[in-house]
Design a protein around this ligand. Structure first.
Ligand SMILES: *Cc1c(COP(=O)(O)O)cnc(C)c1O
Length: 226
């Protein structure tokens, strides 16, 4: 295969970037408003490196252990990479995660907020933080309930001095995602938060129409996960 093959990593990246730019333009926004987080979970270094070489710099992983096996060497080789945690974090893995990730999209409970405060008190540097909202109020899904989000954000600011950049959601599989994107945008706006992590391979253009600043795209870039 050559670099011009439609299925090459570089071609897939270019196609996603142009769809992001087009969705932003259609929404009256600048393409540069939207950050592409390439979700590399389950894919190996051999599949990740071609995307880095094609210019992608921001990647997302959902498991600390898997990320620890893949990313330290890549970060040493490509010092301008950014790694975002997009999956639930157990507090006993917090120190490992702090050493590796530049942003957490999944601040989803008080216990994790308190662990972050303790880590900061121990002198560790905190990443950029998004609060995950369980917009569908699904019992099996992590996140702060919509009705509790304003209060949680107040506690982040006033009780814990945690600076929150934005909100993140994963809409229920069987529901129209637009309702969830609209709800997340409303919660962010009324709390003065500028960033919205929402939209995946199947719905990132819709998410951009509702204000997404970070789209998390995996399979459309890497192919189907086994
Ligand atoms: C896996 C995952 C994605 C990417 O999903 P695709 O449908 O493959 O684009 C995005 N966000 C989260 C939280 C994920 O776990």
């Amino acid at each position: 295969m050559t670099g011009s093959d439609a299925t090459s990593p570089a071609a897939r990246l270019a196609a996603i970037r142009s769809r992001i730019a087009e969705a932003a333009r259609a929404a009256g926004r600048a393409a540069g408003d939207v950050t592409l987080v390439a979700v590399s979970k389950t894919f190996g270094v051999d599949e990740i490196v071609p995307l880095i070489e094609a210019g992608q710099r921001i990647f997302g992983e959902n498991r600390v252990q898997e990320a620890t096996a893949k990313w330290p060497a890549l970060k040493a080789r490509f010092p301008d990479l950014e790694l975002h945690l997009i999956g639930p974090l157990q507090t006993n893995k917090l120190d490992d995660a702090l050493g590796l990730f530049d942003a957490f999209h999944t601040l989803d409970r008080e216990k994790l907020a308190l662990a972050l405060v303790k880590a900061r008190d121990r002198g560790l540097r905190l990443p950029r933080l998004f609060v995950q909202v369980n917009t569908g109020e699904e019992p099996q899904k992590a996140g702060i309930a919509p009705a509790d989000t304003d209060g949680f954000l107040v506690r982040c600011r006033d009780d814990w001095a945690l600076s929150i950049e934005g909100l993140m959601c994963i809409p229920p599989l069987d529901e129209e995602p637009a309702l969830h994107f609209a709800l997340l945008e409303k919660l962010a706006r009324r709390n003065g938060l500028a960033k919205l992590s929402m939209g995946m391979s199947g719905d990132f253009e819709k998410a951009i129409a509702f204000g997404a600043t970070h789209v998390r795209v995996g399979s459309a870039l890497f192919g189907a996960r086994s």
